[in-house]
Design a protein around this ligand. Structure first.
Ligand SMILES: *Cc1c(COP(=O)(O)O)cnc(C)c1O
Length: 442
Protein backbone atom coordinates (compact mmCIF):
# COMPACT_ATOMS: atom_id res chain seq x y z
CA UNK A 1 0.00 0.00 0.00
CA UNK A 2 1.31 3.46 -0.77
CA UNK A 3 2.30 5.58 2.20
CA UNK A 4 -0.24 8.28 3.00
CA UNK A 5 0.93 11.86 3.35
CA UNK A 6 0.48 13.40 6.78
CA UNK A 7 -2.48 15.67 7.13
CA UNK A 8 -3.29 17.93 10.01
CA UNK A 9 -6.42 16.62 11.77
CA UNK A 10 -9.54 18.76 11.50
CA UNK A 11 -12.81 18.85 13.35
CA UNK A 12 -15.90 19.13 11.19
CA UNK A 13 -19.42 19.91 12.20
CA UNK A 14 -21.72 17.07 11.14
CA UNK A 15 -23.98 18.44 8.50
CA UNK A 16 -27.25 16.55 8.87
CA UNK A 17 -28.70 18.05 5.72
CA UNK A 18 -26.12 16.25 3.62
CA UNK A 19 -27.47 12.77 4.04
CA UNK A 20 -30.80 13.67 2.52
CA UNK A 21 -29.45 16.15 0.05
CA UNK A 22 -27.12 13.63 -1.56
CA UNK A 23 -29.44 10.76 -0.94
CA UNK A 24 -26.66 8.53 0.32
CA UNK A 25 -24.78 7.99 3.55
CA UNK A 26 -21.76 10.21 3.97
CA UNK A 27 -19.32 7.32 3.70
CA UNK A 28 -20.09 5.96 0.26
CA UNK A 29 -17.71 6.93 -2.47
CA UNK A 30 -19.08 7.38 -5.95
CA UNK A 31 -16.59 5.88 -8.34
CA UNK A 32 -16.39 5.87 -12.11
CA UNK A 33 -13.40 4.13 -13.60
CA UNK A 34 -14.59 4.04 -17.20
CA UNK A 35 -17.06 5.32 -19.78
CA UNK A 36 -18.28 2.68 -22.23
CA UNK A 37 -15.28 0.52 -21.36
CA UNK A 38 -12.69 3.26 -21.84
CA UNK A 39 -10.81 4.15 -18.66
CA UNK A 40 -11.24 7.75 -17.56
CA UNK A 41 -7.53 7.99 -16.73
CA UNK A 42 -6.65 6.80 -20.21
CA UNK A 43 -9.00 9.41 -21.67
CA UNK A 44 -7.34 12.29 -19.84
CA UNK A 45 -3.83 10.95 -20.49
CA UNK A 46 -4.47 10.61 -24.19
CA UNK A 47 -6.73 13.58 -24.87
CA UNK A 48 -5.94 16.00 -22.07
CA UNK A 49 -7.79 17.46 -19.12
CA UNK A 50 -10.35 18.90 -18.76
CA UNK A 51 -12.23 17.14 -21.51
CA UNK A 52 -15.82 16.59 -22.58
CA UNK A 53 -16.62 12.97 -23.37
CA UNK A 54 -19.71 11.79 -25.22
CA UNK A 55 -21.07 8.28 -25.53
CA UNK A 56 -22.54 7.43 -28.92
CA UNK A 57 -24.10 4.30 -27.43
CA UNK A 58 -26.01 6.36 -24.91
CA UNK A 59 -27.09 8.90 -27.52
CA UNK A 60 -28.46 6.13 -29.68
CA UNK A 61 -30.21 4.51 -26.73
CA UNK A 62 -31.83 7.79 -25.70
CA UNK A 63 -32.86 8.54 -29.27
CA UNK A 64 -34.33 5.10 -29.88
CA UNK A 65 -36.23 5.10 -26.57
CA UNK A 66 -37.84 8.44 -27.21
CA UNK A 67 -38.42 7.87 -30.91
CA UNK A 68 -40.07 4.51 -30.43
CA UNK A 69 -42.33 5.94 -27.69
CA UNK A 70 -43.71 8.24 -30.38
CA UNK A 71 -43.48 6.07 -33.50
CA UNK A 72 -45.25 3.17 -31.78
CA UNK A 73 -48.21 5.46 -31.17
CA UNK A 74 -48.18 7.73 -34.19
CA UNK A 75 -47.50 7.03 -37.87
CA UNK A 76 -45.69 10.19 -38.92
CA UNK A 77 -43.07 11.47 -36.47
CA UNK A 78 -39.92 13.41 -37.25
CA UNK A 79 -37.30 14.53 -34.75
CA UNK A 80 -35.28 17.71 -35.35
CA UNK A 81 -31.95 17.88 -33.56
CA UNK A 82 -31.76 21.09 -31.54
CA UNK A 83 -28.35 22.44 -32.56
CA UNK A 84 -27.94 24.84 -29.69
CA UNK A 85 -28.15 21.94 -27.21
CA UNK A 86 -24.91 20.58 -28.64
CA UNK A 87 -23.64 21.57 -32.06
CA UNK A 88 -20.35 19.77 -32.20
CA UNK A 89 -20.29 18.45 -35.78
CA UNK A 90 -19.82 14.82 -34.82
CA UNK A 91 -22.68 15.01 -32.32
CA UNK A 92 -25.03 16.49 -34.92
CA UNK A 93 -23.93 13.81 -37.37
CA UNK A 94 -24.89 11.04 -34.97
CA UNK A 95 -28.42 12.42 -34.67
CA UNK A 96 -28.71 12.99 -38.41
CA UNK A 97 -27.61 9.40 -39.00
CA UNK A 98 -30.32 8.25 -36.59
CA UNK A 99 -32.90 10.15 -38.64
CA UNK A 100 -33.14 13.65 -37.17
CA UNK A 101 -33.42 16.71 -39.33
CA UNK A 102 -31.89 19.95 -38.00
CA UNK A 103 -33.49 22.55 -35.74
CA UNK A 104 -31.57 25.82 -35.70
CA UNK A 105 -32.09 29.20 -34.05
CA UNK A 106 -29.55 31.43 -35.78
CA UNK A 107 -27.79 31.97 -39.07
CA UNK A 108 -24.66 30.42 -37.56
CA UNK A 109 -26.50 27.21 -36.71
CA UNK A 110 -28.22 27.28 -40.09
CA UNK A 111 -24.87 27.50 -41.84
CA UNK A 112 -23.50 24.73 -39.65
CA UNK A 113 -26.34 22.41 -40.66
CA UNK A 114 -25.85 23.27 -44.35
CA UNK A 115 -22.12 22.63 -44.03
CA UNK A 116 -22.95 19.19 -42.65
CA UNK A 117 -24.85 18.49 -45.84
CA UNK A 118 -28.37 18.99 -44.49
CA UNK A 119 -30.67 20.35 -47.19
CA UNK A 120 -32.76 23.43 -46.57
CA UNK A 121 -35.98 21.45 -46.55
CA UNK A 122 -34.63 19.42 -43.64
CA UNK A 123 -33.86 22.47 -41.51
CA UNK A 124 -36.33 24.02 -39.10
CA UNK A 125 -35.38 27.67 -38.68
CA UNK A 126 -36.56 28.98 -35.30
CA UNK A 127 -35.55 31.93 -33.17
CA UNK A 128 -36.59 35.52 -32.50
CA UNK A 129 -33.81 37.05 -34.60
CA UNK A 130 -33.29 35.99 -38.16
CA UNK A 131 -31.23 38.57 -40.12
CA UNK A 132 -32.91 39.54 -43.40
CA UNK A 133 -30.26 38.22 -45.77
CA UNK A 134 -30.03 34.92 -43.93
CA UNK A 135 -33.78 34.59 -43.80
CA UNK A 136 -33.87 35.13 -47.55
CA UNK A 137 -31.30 32.40 -48.16
CA UNK A 138 -33.29 30.03 -45.95
CA UNK A 139 -36.46 30.81 -47.88
CA UNK A 140 -34.69 30.22 -51.19
CA UNK A 141 -33.32 26.93 -49.93
CA UNK A 142 -36.77 25.78 -48.86
CA UNK A 143 -36.13 25.71 -45.12
CA UNK A 144 -39.01 25.39 -42.68
CA UNK A 145 -39.34 28.95 -41.44
CA UNK A 146 -41.06 29.28 -38.06
CA UNK A 147 -42.06 32.91 -37.83
CA UNK A 148 -41.58 34.54 -34.44
CA UNK A 149 -42.81 38.14 -34.66
CA UNK A 150 -44.48 40.78 -36.81
CA UNK A 151 -41.23 42.35 -37.98
CA UNK A 152 -40.17 39.02 -39.34
CA UNK A 153 -43.52 38.68 -41.05
CA UNK A 154 -42.84 42.05 -42.74
CA UNK A 155 -39.45 40.78 -43.85
CA UNK A 156 -40.98 37.60 -45.23
CA UNK A 157 -43.57 39.56 -47.15
CA UNK A 158 -40.77 41.61 -48.70
CA UNK A 159 -38.77 38.50 -49.54
CA UNK A 160 -41.85 36.93 -51.16
CA UNK A 161 -42.28 40.04 -53.28
CA UNK A 162 -38.59 40.13 -54.21
CA UNK A 163 -38.60 36.49 -55.24
CA UNK A 164 -42.15 36.56 -56.59
CA UNK A 165 -43.23 33.46 -54.69
CA UNK A 166 -45.71 32.43 -52.02
CA UNK A 167 -43.77 31.36 -48.94
CA UNK A 168 -45.00 28.35 -46.97
CA UNK A 169 -44.59 29.19 -43.30
CA UNK A 170 -45.07 27.79 -39.84
CA UNK A 171 -45.93 29.99 -36.91
CA UNK A 172 -44.56 29.74 -33.42
CA UNK A 173 -47.20 30.31 -30.79
CA UNK A 174 -47.11 30.61 -27.00
CA UNK A 175 -49.97 29.95 -24.66
CA UNK A 176 -51.00 29.34 -21.10
CA UNK A 177 -50.31 25.66 -20.46
CA UNK A 178 -50.51 25.86 -16.69
CA UNK A 179 -46.76 26.00 -16.11
CA UNK A 180 -45.31 29.25 -14.80
CA UNK A 181 -43.46 31.42 -15.53
CA UNK A 182 -44.96 31.22 -18.99
CA UNK A 183 -42.60 31.38 -21.94
CA UNK A 184 -44.41 34.24 -23.64
CA UNK A 185 -41.38 35.89 -25.19
CA UNK A 186 -41.28 33.67 -28.24
CA UNK A 187 -43.79 33.54 -31.04
CA UNK A 188 -47.30 34.92 -31.02
CA UNK A 189 -49.67 34.61 -28.10
CA UNK A 190 -52.69 32.40 -28.58
CA UNK A 191 -55.07 33.67 -25.90
CA UNK A 192 -54.93 37.36 -26.82
CA UNK A 193 -55.51 36.67 -30.50
CA UNK A 194 -52.05 37.70 -31.74
CA UNK A 195 -51.44 34.30 -33.29
CA UNK A 196 -54.69 34.30 -35.23
CA UNK A 197 -54.17 37.87 -36.40
CA UNK A 198 -50.70 37.06 -37.71
CA UNK A 199 -52.08 34.10 -39.63
CA UNK A 200 -54.85 36.25 -41.02
CA UNK A 201 -52.24 38.69 -42.23
CA UNK A 202 -50.31 35.96 -44.03
CA UNK A 203 -53.36 34.93 -46.00
CA UNK A 204 -54.47 38.52 -46.71
CA UNK A 205 -51.06 39.34 -48.17
CA UNK A 206 -51.39 36.38 -50.56
CA UNK A 207 -47.64 36.06 -50.28
CA UNK A 208 -47.53 33.55 -47.47
CA UNK A 209 -49.47 30.51 -46.42
CA UNK A 210 -49.48 28.56 -43.21
CA UNK A 211 -48.28 24.97 -43.35
CA UNK A 212 -47.30 24.34 -39.73
CA UNK A 213 -47.97 25.35 -36.13
CA UNK A 214 -45.17 25.22 -33.58
CA UNK A 215 -44.70 25.71 -29.88
CA UNK A 216 -41.73 25.14 -27.60
CA UNK A 217 -43.24 25.53 -24.17
CA UNK A 218 -40.09 25.53 -22.07
CA UNK A 219 -37.18 23.39 -21.04
CA UNK A 220 -36.88 20.60 -18.47
CA UNK A 221 -40.67 20.23 -18.32
CA UNK A 222 -41.53 17.99 -15.38
CA UNK A 223 -45.21 17.78 -16.21
CA UNK A 224 -46.27 15.80 -19.26
CA UNK A 225 -49.68 17.44 -18.93
CA UNK A 226 -48.20 20.70 -20.15
CA UNK A 227 -47.77 19.02 -23.56
CA UNK A 228 -51.36 17.80 -23.44
CA UNK A 229 -52.45 21.42 -22.98
CA UNK A 230 -50.14 22.74 -25.70
CA UNK A 231 -51.24 20.08 -28.19
CA UNK A 232 -54.88 20.86 -27.45
CA UNK A 233 -54.39 24.52 -28.30
CA UNK A 234 -52.33 23.78 -31.40
CA UNK A 235 -54.99 21.37 -32.67
CA UNK A 236 -57.75 23.89 -31.99
CA UNK A 237 -55.91 26.62 -33.85
CA UNK A 238 -55.17 24.21 -36.68
CA UNK A 239 -58.83 23.40 -37.11
CA UNK A 240 -59.82 27.05 -36.96
CA UNK A 241 -57.28 28.05 -39.61
CA UNK A 242 -58.15 25.15 -41.88
CA UNK A 243 -61.81 26.11 -41.69
CA UNK A 244 -61.40 29.89 -41.99
CA UNK A 245 -58.80 29.90 -44.76
CA UNK A 246 -59.69 26.69 -46.47
CA UNK A 247 -56.14 25.37 -46.28
CA UNK A 248 -54.39 22.38 -44.85
CA UNK A 249 -51.86 22.58 -42.05
CA UNK A 250 -49.45 19.78 -42.89
CA UNK A 251 -47.54 19.63 -39.63
CA UNK A 252 -47.53 20.48 -35.98
CA UNK A 253 -44.36 20.83 -33.94
CA UNK A 254 -44.33 20.44 -30.16
CA UNK A 255 -40.75 21.66 -29.76
CA UNK A 256 -38.44 20.22 -27.12
CA UNK A 257 -38.16 20.56 -23.39
CA UNK A 258 -38.40 16.92 -22.31
CA UNK A 259 -36.48 16.58 -19.06
CA UNK A 260 -33.21 14.70 -18.82
CA UNK A 261 -32.06 12.85 -15.74
CA UNK A 262 -30.35 15.82 -14.15
CA UNK A 263 -30.80 16.68 -10.50
CA UNK A 264 -32.46 20.05 -10.42
CA UNK A 265 -31.27 22.04 -7.40
CA UNK A 266 -33.88 22.20 -4.66
CA UNK A 267 -35.56 18.95 -5.70
CA UNK A 268 -34.62 16.10 -3.42
CA UNK A 269 -36.47 13.18 -4.94
CA UNK A 270 -34.70 10.90 -7.32
CA UNK A 271 -34.89 11.70 -11.02
CA UNK A 272 -36.54 8.32 -11.59
CA UNK A 273 -39.49 9.51 -9.52
CA UNK A 274 -39.99 13.01 -10.84
CA UNK A 275 -39.07 12.84 -14.51
CA UNK A 276 -41.80 11.77 -16.93
CA UNK A 277 -40.88 8.80 -19.11
CA UNK A 278 -40.78 8.96 -22.93
CA UNK A 279 -44.12 7.12 -22.85
CA UNK A 280 -45.66 9.79 -20.62
CA UNK A 281 -44.69 12.55 -23.05
CA UNK A 282 -45.68 10.58 -26.15
CA UNK A 283 -49.00 9.54 -24.66
CA UNK A 284 -49.87 13.12 -23.70
CA UNK A 285 -49.18 14.50 -27.17
CA UNK A 286 -50.46 11.76 -29.46
CA UNK A 287 -53.71 11.13 -27.55
CA UNK A 288 -54.74 14.74 -28.01
CA UNK A 289 -53.97 14.67 -31.73
CA UNK A 290 -56.14 11.58 -32.20
CA UNK A 291 -58.93 13.07 -30.09
CA UNK A 292 -59.00 16.43 -31.81
CA UNK A 293 -58.02 15.73 -35.39
CA UNK A 294 -60.92 16.60 -37.66
CA UNK A 295 -59.16 16.63 -41.04
CA UNK A 296 -58.81 13.74 -43.38
CA UNK A 297 -55.09 13.38 -42.75
CA UNK A 298 -53.22 13.27 -39.50
CA UNK A 299 -50.68 16.08 -39.32
CA UNK A 300 -47.01 15.20 -39.42
CA UNK A 301 -45.61 15.52 -35.90
CA UNK A 302 -42.25 17.22 -35.35
CA UNK A 303 -40.34 17.23 -32.08
CA UNK A 304 -37.24 19.28 -31.42
CA UNK A 305 -35.73 17.31 -28.60
CA UNK A 306 -32.45 18.54 -27.27
CA UNK A 307 -31.43 17.81 -23.70
CA UNK A 308 -33.34 14.54 -23.35
CA UNK A 309 -31.23 12.95 -26.10
CA UNK A 310 -27.76 14.08 -25.10
CA UNK A 311 -27.53 15.14 -21.47
CA UNK A 312 -26.88 11.70 -20.02
CA UNK A 313 -24.47 10.88 -22.83
CA UNK A 314 -22.05 13.63 -21.79
CA UNK A 315 -19.33 13.76 -19.12
CA UNK A 316 -16.78 16.33 -18.17
CA UNK A 317 -13.53 14.85 -16.92
CA UNK A 318 -11.56 17.23 -14.75
CA UNK A 319 -8.38 16.74 -12.71
CA UNK A 320 -7.50 17.81 -9.21
CA UNK A 321 -4.72 20.36 -9.28
CA UNK A 322 -4.43 20.77 -5.53
CA UNK A 323 -6.36 21.85 -2.49
CA UNK A 324 -6.49 24.46 0.21
CA UNK A 325 -7.63 24.61 3.80
CA UNK A 326 -9.73 27.68 4.22
CA UNK A 327 -9.63 29.66 7.46
CA UNK A 328 -12.85 27.96 8.58
CA UNK A 329 -11.18 24.56 8.24
CA UNK A 330 -13.04 23.54 5.11
CA UNK A 331 -11.20 21.79 2.34
CA UNK A 332 -11.41 23.30 -1.14
CA UNK A 333 -10.11 21.46 -4.18
CA UNK A 334 -8.78 23.34 -7.18
CA UNK A 335 -9.87 21.68 -10.42
CA UNK A 336 -8.89 22.40 -14.01
CA UNK A 337 -12.57 22.91 -14.97
CA UNK A 338 -15.02 25.33 -13.45
CA UNK A 339 -18.16 27.26 -14.22
CA UNK A 340 -16.53 28.38 -17.48
CA UNK A 341 -17.30 24.86 -18.74
CA UNK A 342 -20.32 24.06 -16.60
CA UNK A 343 -22.80 26.76 -17.29
CA UNK A 344 -25.64 24.58 -16.05
CA UNK A 345 -24.12 24.19 -12.56
CA UNK A 346 -26.32 27.12 -11.56
CA UNK A 347 -29.40 24.91 -11.88
CA UNK A 348 -28.27 21.32 -11.45
CA UNK A 349 -26.40 19.18 -8.95
CA UNK A 350 -24.14 16.88 -10.91
CA UNK A 351 -23.02 13.34 -10.20
CA UNK A 352 -19.40 13.70 -9.24
CA UNK A 353 -17.41 10.48 -9.24
CA UNK A 354 -13.79 9.69 -8.45
CA UNK A 355 -11.59 7.54 -10.67
CA UNK A 356 -10.91 4.93 -7.95
CA UNK A 357 -11.47 4.20 -4.31
CA UNK A 358 -9.55 6.59 -2.04
CA UNK A 359 -8.54 5.70 1.51
CA UNK A 360 -9.37 8.03 4.34
CA UNK A 361 -12.29 9.78 5.96
CA UNK A 362 -14.78 11.55 3.82
CA UNK A 363 -15.20 15.19 4.60
CA UNK A 364 -17.37 17.98 3.28
CA UNK A 365 -15.37 19.71 0.55
CA UNK A 366 -15.68 22.50 -1.92
CA UNK A 367 -14.94 22.06 -5.60
CA UNK A 368 -13.44 25.19 -7.13
CA UNK A 369 -12.55 25.74 -10.75
CA UNK A 370 -9.45 27.36 -12.21
CA UNK A 371 -10.91 30.83 -12.70
CA UNK A 372 -9.79 33.86 -10.79
CA UNK A 373 -13.36 34.48 -9.72
CA UNK A 374 -14.93 33.92 -6.34
CA UNK A 375 -18.03 32.45 -7.96
CA UNK A 376 -16.12 29.64 -9.63
CA UNK A 377 -17.63 26.88 -7.53
CA UNK A 378 -18.96 23.61 -8.94
CA UNK A 379 -20.02 22.14 -5.59
CA UNK A 380 -20.13 23.85 -2.24
CA UNK A 381 -20.63 20.87 -0.01
CA UNK A 382 -19.64 17.51 -1.37
CA UNK A 383 -18.45 14.67 0.79
CA UNK A 384 -15.14 13.39 -0.52
CA UNK A 385 -12.22 11.27 0.67
CA UNK A 386 -8.76 12.87 0.50
CA UNK A 387 -8.04 13.19 -3.22
CA UNK A 388 -4.58 13.39 -4.75
CA UNK A 389 -3.18 15.77 -7.26
CA UNK A 390 -4.18 14.29 -10.62
CA UNK A 391 -7.31 12.51 -9.37
CA UNK A 392 -9.77 12.51 -12.24
CA UNK A 393 -13.35 13.43 -11.42
CA UNK A 394 -16.20 12.56 -13.79
CA UNK A 395 -18.97 15.10 -13.79
CA UNK A 396 -22.29 14.11 -15.33
CA UNK A 397 -24.79 14.44 -16.87
CA UNK A 398 -23.42 17.41 -18.79
CA UNK A 399 -24.10 16.57 -22.44
CA UNK A 400 -26.73 19.26 -22.94
CA UNK A 401 -25.81 22.95 -23.26
CA UNK A 402 -22.52 22.82 -21.35
CA UNK A 403 -20.27 22.51 -24.36
CA UNK A 404 -22.17 25.05 -26.46
CA UNK A 405 -22.37 27.51 -23.58
CA UNK A 406 -18.82 26.95 -22.37
CA UNK A 407 -16.99 30.24 -22.23
CA UNK A 408 -13.65 30.95 -23.68
CA UNK A 409 -12.86 32.90 -20.54
CA UNK A 410 -9.48 32.92 -18.80
CA UNK A 411 -8.66 29.47 -20.20
CA UNK A 412 -9.00 27.81 -23.60
CA UNK A 413 -12.12 25.91 -24.52
CA UNK A 414 -11.27 22.23 -24.07
CA UNK A 415 -11.24 19.28 -26.43
CA UNK A 416 -14.11 16.84 -26.84
CA UNK A 417 -14.07 13.10 -27.40
CA UNK A 418 -16.69 10.77 -28.79
CA UNK A 419 -16.70 7.11 -27.79
CA UNK A 420 -18.27 5.32 -30.71
CA UNK A 421 -20.49 2.26 -30.62
CA UNK A 422 -17.49 -0.06 -30.83
CA UNK A 423 -16.09 1.54 -27.70
CA UNK A 424 -13.36 3.47 -29.54
CA UNK A 425 -12.60 6.98 -28.33
CA UNK A 426 -11.69 9.65 -30.86
CA UNK A 427 -11.10 13.36 -30.59
CA UNK A 428 -13.93 15.33 -32.22
CA UNK A 429 -12.75 18.79 -31.21
CA UNK A 430 -9.25 19.80 -30.32
CA UNK A 431 -8.41 22.11 -27.48
CA UNK A 432 -8.24 25.73 -28.61
CA UNK A 433 -4.93 27.54 -28.75
CA UNK A 434 -3.80 31.12 -29.25
CA UNK A 435 -4.14 30.88 -33.01
CA UNK A 436 -7.75 29.65 -32.96
CA UNK A 437 -8.79 32.11 -30.28
CA UNK A 438 -7.07 35.11 -31.87
CA UNK A 439 -8.01 34.03 -35.37
CA UNK A 440 -9.99 37.14 -36.32
CA UNK A 441 -8.31 39.65 -34.04
CA UNK A 442 -6.40 42.50 -35.61
C1 LIG B 1 -33.70 25.05 -27.24
C2 LIG B 1 -34.81 24.67 -28.08
C3 LIG B 1 -35.17 23.32 -28.22
C4 LIG B 1 -34.55 22.21 -27.43
O1 LIG B 1 -34.94 22.28 -26.09
P1 LIG B 1 -34.55 21.15 -25.01
O2 LIG B 1 -35.10 21.69 -23.75
O3 LIG B 1 -33.07 21.04 -25.00
O4 LIG B 1 -35.22 19.89 -25.44
C5 LIG B 1 -36.20 23.04 -29.11
N1 LIG B 1 -36.83 24.01 -29.81
C6 LIG B 1 -36.51 25.31 -29.68
C7 LIG B 1 -37.23 26.32 -30.47
C8 LIG B 1 -35.50 25.69 -28.81
O5 LIG B 1 -35.19 26.98 -28.68
Amino acid sequence: MEKLAYEKPTINKIDFAMASKYGSPIHTQKIRTEIDGVSVNELTEKFGSPIFVFSERKMEELYNNLYSAFSSRYPDVQFGWSYKTNYLNEICKVFHRLGSCAEVVSEFEYQKARALGIEGKDIIFNGPYKPYEDLKIAVQEGAKIHVDNLFELDDLEKIATELDIVIPLAIRINMDIGVYPQWSRFGFNYENGDAYEAIERMYKSKKMKLVGIHSHIGTFMLDANAYRNATTIIMQLKEQVERDFNSEIAYIDLGGGFASKSNLKGIYQSTDVIIPTPDDYAEAITNVIYDLNKSENLPKLYLETGRALIDEAGYLLTSVHGYKRFPDGKKGYILDAGVNLLYTSTWYNFNIETDKHYEGENEPSLLNGPLCMNIDIIEENISLPPLHRGTVLSISPVGAYNYTQAMQFIRYKPAAVLIDKEGKARCIKEVDDLATVNYKEL
